[in-house]
Design a protein around this ligand. Sequence first.
Ligand SMILES: [Zn+2]
Length: 80
Amino acid sequence: MAFFLLFGTIGLPELLIILIILLLLFGAAKLPQLGGALGKTVKSFKKEMKEDKPTSKCPKCESEVEEDEDFCPKCGEKLK
Ligand SMILES: [Zn+2]
């Protein structure tokens, strides 16, 4: 599960404690909302990480590709 990979250094007991604290703070009814908000936060965070990556241009189709990409995702041109 992606959630566990994200918090790889936190063990299951810690996760349970966090969950219990969240339950106490927000109440069980609001948890799905909270999950959605958390998902959005993670998503935008990942997006920012992606935007920080150096990009270069594909020599064939001129679309922006990530620097560590071996092939252009659009036209399949070899970049390295
Ligand atoms: Zn290309």
